[in-house]
Design a binder for this molecule. Structure first.
Ligand code: NAP
Length: 293
């Protein structure tokens, strides 16, 4: 039987590239949207579809070009929507409408765990809640994935947090729920392969939980060198300069959210990555040096 085609939006991002990887491993024929004519997608085995995933005309053309009836939808408040929830909503709505026009039979929407539970200062999650509602009444067959904090935040040079030998930094020292973006892809593959079981349902993607000293211990175990856990910035600066994210972390720190657990997620994906697994999977520090000793 021919492999089923899946179109992945924003395929070169932290989520997109690992979703593509997981879907390829699950034997889908993967098409990835990117604005770049020279992306690394092709060498990954993904067929690049050049276009901007936030533009309706480009989405229509991507569905037409590929003939994909399955799609992984990402929206992005901070980058593509330039920190405007109305713009993020409009971009997500265009993706849902384009999928409907193309006769998509399964749309996976990446939202955020407990998106509706954060306070009004956590502006970057507002559109996710509205888009889940829009999708539910759109008539497009869908499933929703609701990830917690990405392990990838621990190596995020674009946001001034490159992973270095002997130190791990994050915006909270407290117990936190993490997932690997690769597991978002593996969960998407499970939903796409078991369509009837997952239509209309959502799944919290939570692979592991621990405080930053436990993350450091995991990095130390993999690297064989002692690792210090440090705040990426003091909490008063987090409140001052990253107020939106500050309030998101308060939900993690004070409310102990999100409500989902790694145990529940592992009932669906038993091999979900722990912190130690993720450092092995990620493989390298930001400067390219191997993590494993
Ligand atoms: N960080 C977390 O812990 C976390 C947790 C849960 C959910 N999320 C969600 O994850 C999503 C972000 O995904 P991500 O981290 O994979 O994104 P990302 O890595 O920031 O995406 C980067 C890609 O976005 C594309 N891009 C950048 N600016 C753009 C623009 N103006 N217009 C169109 N495309 C643009 C570029 O692709 P090309 O140049 O190839 O086109 C670039 O490679 C957000 O919705 C966030 O809420 C994050």
């Amino acid at each position: 039987m021919a492999a089923e085609k899946v179109l992945v939006l924003n395929a070169t991002g932290k989520v997109g590239r690992n979703v593509c990887r997981a879907l390829l491993e699950a034997e889908f024929e993967v098409y990835g949207m990117t604005r770049s004519a020279s992306s690394p997608l092709e060498s990954q085995g993904v067929t690049p579809v050049v276009g901007n995933y936030t533009l309706r005309a480009d989405l229509d053309s991507a569905f037409k070009q590929t003939g994909a009836k399955k799609v992984f939808v990402i929206t992005d408040y901070f980058r593509a929507a330039k920190s405007n929830s109305d713009v993020e909503f409009q971009q997500g709505r265009d993706a849902v409408d384009a999928a409907k026009a193309a006769g998509v039979d399964h749309l996976i929407f990446m939202s955020v765990a407990d998106a509706e539970c954060f306070d009004k200062h956590t502006k970057h999650l507002k559109a996710k809640v509205a888009l889940e509602q829009y999708l539910r009444q759109s008539g497009v067959p869908f499933s929703i994935l609701r990830p917690c904090a990405f392990f990838e935040n621990l190596d995020d040079a674009a946001n001034f947090n490159p992973l270095k030998k002997g130190v791990v930094k994050f915006l909270t020292m407290h117990n936190c729920k993490y997932c690997a973006t690769y597991d978002i892809g593996r969960a998407a593959a499970i939903q796409l392969k078991n369509r009837q079981e997952w239509l209309g349902k959502s799944l919290d993607v939570i692979g592991w939980q621990g405080d930053l000293s436990e993350v450091a211990a995991a990095q130390s175990k993999v690297s064989g060198v002692p690792v210090k856990a440090k705040l990426a910035m003091p909490t008063f600066l987090r409140r001052l300069f990253l107020n939106d994210l500050h309030h998101m972390f308060l939900y993690y720190e004070v409310e102990k959210g999100p409500r989902g657990t790694p145990e529940a997620f592992k009932k669906i994906l038993p091999e979900a990555l722990s912190a130690e697994d993720w450092f092995r999977f990620h493989g390298r520090y930001a400067n390219g040096e191997k993590i494993a000793s």
